[in-house]
Design a protein around this ligand. Structure first.
Ligand SMILES: Nc1ncnc2c1ncn2[C@@H]1O[C@H](COP(=O)(O)OP(=O)(O)OP(=O)(O)O)[C@@H](O)[C@H]1O
Length: 276
């Protein structure tokens, strides 16, 4: 199982092994007061892959993704997407990426269709093209019947889907999704999954965060495991899983949770059995 190594300076700067890097992160750091949320992350994410950023609650996934996508200013470190620095060249970068953050705030008083029209025009797409793409996305994501409903009246799953449609409308090179399947029913999850698989098959890159290992294992080609603000392992899924029976087992071992879980239970000897 590949553990985190110092950066290999012998590789060309835009390569991850044989693959070109879609995203290059160097020394990324964020503190909140005394708390170090992200502790100097180095990472090169290969292009054209379905990439999972996995870690336990509080590991630093959202903080990392927010800094990579230009939503949160790092204390230190750099991020390059498609060769452009996220903080020095934000317009170039934002044209190349789509983002579906956790708890995305949307314009709730627009209908789903209006939200896509507005997003498309902000992205500088011609009106006719926006209409065409919006119609297709609404159709594929099974939102055509709700396109005239206000976003405020959408369910959690519908909100994720309209957020995904808005993030895909300008056909970004890299799509970042923070917990895209959280609160989504299996049918909607399958729909989202189908759209994302089609998108990566065309050479685009998806980076998504999750703590649901089965999902990451079934979807991702490449994973990075994060715990306590540090990358514990990264690489192709099979390499990170190694000899472990599942990614879940490899993950528990990597984040040191196996021993903690084994000792659990003895403090709850009063629980169960109906005794008071
Ligand atoms: N705005 C903030 N102010 C203070 N501390 C924060 C803030 N945002 C995050 N943190 C802390 O930084 C650490 C990393 O949080 P982050 O939300 O990035 O983790 P996460 O891996 O996305 O977790 P989860 O899976 O639970 O969403 C946590 O300890 C969290 O308490």
């Amino acid at each position: 199982m590949p553990q985190e190594q110092p950066a290999d300076n012998t590789q060309p700067s835009n390569q991850v092994g044989a693959e070109p890097a879609a995203v290059r992160v160097r020394g990324l750091t964020k503190r909140y007061g005394e708390q170090i949320a992200v502790a100097g992350i180095d990472l090169e994410l290969p292009a054209g892959q379905f990439i999972g950023l996995v870690g336990p609650n509080g590991a630093g996934k959202t903080t990392t993704l927010s800094m990579i996508t230009g939503l949160l200013r790092p204390d230190a470190g750099t991020v390059e997407i498609g060769g452009h620095d996220v903080w020095r060249d934000p317009v170039e970068v934002k044209a190349r990426i789509g983002v579906l953050p956790e708890g995305l705030r949307m314009f709730e008083r627009l209908s789903g269709r209006e939200l896509l029209t507005y997003t498309g025009r902000l992205r500088g797409l011609p009106g006719e093209e926006v209409d065409k793409r919006a119609t297709q996305l609404l159709d594929v994501l099974d939102l055509a019947g709700s396109q005239n409903k206000l976003v405020i009246d959408y369910s959690t799953g519908m909100r994720k889907k309209i957020g995904l449609a808005a993030a895909l409308l300008h056909n970004p090179e890299v799509l970042f999704l923070d917990e895209p399947f959280e609160g989504v029913d299996p049918i909607s999850a399958q729909t989202i999954r189908g759209v994302l698989e089609r998108y990566t098959r065309s050479g685009a890159t998806v980076v998504f965060s999750s703590h649901v290992m089965e999902l990451v294992e079934s979807l991702c080609d490449w994973v990075a495991v994060i715990a306590k603000g540090r990358i514990r392992a990264h690489g192709p899924l099979a390499e990170v899983r190694g000899d472990a029976p599942s990614l879940q087992n490899a993950f528990l071992e990597l984040v040191g949770a196996g021993r903690r879980l084994a000792g659990q239970g003895q403090n709850l000897d009063w629980l169960g059995g109906g005794a008071r």
